[in-house]
Design a protein around this ligand. Sequence first.
Ligand code: FAD
Ligand code: SIN
Length: 544
Amino acid sequence: MQELQAPFIDTDFLVIGSGIAGLTFALGVADAGRVVLVTKKEDSESNTNYAQGGIAAVFGLDDSYDLHIQDTLRAGAGLCNEQAVTMMVEQGPKLVERLIEIGVEFSKEKAIRGAGRLSLGREGGHSRSRIVHAGDLTGREIERALLAKIQSMSSITVLENHLAVDLIVDQSKPGRCFGAYVLDRLENEIKSVAARATLLAAGGTGRGYLHTTNPPIATGDGIAMAFRAGASVANMEFVQFHPTTLFGHHVDDRAFLISEAVRGEGAVLKTKDGETFMERYHESGGLAPRDTVARAIDSELKRRGDEFVLLDLSPIGRGRIRERFPLIYGTSLSFGIDVTREPIPVVPGAHYCCGGIRADLDGHTDIEGLYACGECACTGVHGANRLASNSLLEALVSADRASGIARTKAFERDTPSAVPVYPLRQRDEVEAVVVAHNREETRRLMWDYVGIVRTDELLDRAMRRISDLKEEVAEIYRRWPLSLESIELRSVATVAELVARCAIDRKESRGLHWNEDHLDLDDKRWKRDSVIEGEARLPVWLPS
Ligand code: FAD
Ligand code: SIN
């Protein structure tokens, strides 16, 4: 029999995450009820904050919805949900305009600055220039404006340093969600937050790999939490590696991204001795879809035994580089590289999770009362490979749609008057080094064994190690007092297992999943999502 207690916080909407998805949803429901938004560090810390290239949307005079849809479907290698793609593309421009109304200052065309025409960048896989951006600081500008708007809304309470640990769900099938248990990191206590509707917008999983463009928050907590609560996940094998991150220097423990937009402006990939190579891999050269470019670089590095390839920005021109890419210019310069004069050494890094919690574009998951939007969700939009700059767009459209539904549906149900006390751990001494070691080991094995190019043997090795790690993590989790580190380790290990399981199952090469032992596409067996049913483990809420 579980001990029950009144919820610590009672609200109408609980939002987990303060990236573009969480903030958009919170604004969408703010006039319908009380909103509590929890975020595990400072409010702006998110993948969104580091987005460089921009947000894809049809504004160009030579562009059309159909072209954007076709580009998205082509990149997705047969696995996109065409209906979801169409909705996303068609609703994109209106929502980008709404961002502008909220106060986001996107870059304008120089010739008619102030006249309102957006500057549109070009990225890999796009047949037209359609990337709306704010220089190369697009994400920071979006976060700034959305957070300013959020702060002006009295119905929204933002709780920083509040880490969601587990969802509060009952045992019905399919389950029902009534909020989440949240660790207040400053007070070091678990709070139960009861809500009529809960949104998971906890972002990506990049920190599960050794080299990643993602900031430390991206440990897949949302996916792991939903999976434990019984929600199914899909397409976890499709991990996107960005082709170009700065080699040899990290910024705050992140591989520093060199935006694909630089190739869109004319930058060229070369081997160390100055030879171009992308024309040997794809007719679109350096503007081929991202999976192709990342694999081409991986292949050149292996073939030549080099540690990096070069990205030559000189065709863009000195003035234009400084104007269009101030972040890349300034950051590289801080490492002694003047990108206007010398090529940048680059290598691929884990970047984006195309899989996630199975959801539709309205955010519905398998669990009633639980919505998922943004990078932690798998809505079918990206299929086997996300088209560049479609993720901010997907998060924006999906969170907006979900808020439109949740604002009514939430009031068709109540919040519980009592929830079980979260099972607290005993405070046995476990060295912090054990947590750190397991985390690093998981990240390294994912990089080495479940990386850009996979084989059956590497995947089997990965799975054996992950099984051992899983037991260790469970042991640590049972004994160790809850902390950011132990919770994140559990998430990283769960995500590793989900990625490896999906990768082992898919006996073909498609999109981002490339297995040297199964090089052919197998449409007959594999033109479908890889789905793993949720676990429905404790803690659960047992309605009396
Ligand atoms: P995020 O923005 O990552 O937000 C997740 C939030 O959840 C964060 O606030 C985090 O702190 C919080 N959180 C996580 N776990 C918990 C927990 N347990 N409890 C409480 N809070 C939690 N996409 C594009 O379309 N265009 C680009 O140009 C682009 N450039 C990129 C550049 C970089 C360097 C990176 C890393 C990604 C880029 N992407 C780009 C991808 C894009 O930024 C993300 O997919 C998108 O921002 C995800 O938004 P989100 O709201 O789903 O998640
Ligand atoms: C980039 O600027 O290259 C990143 C774009 C993206 O991830 O969509």
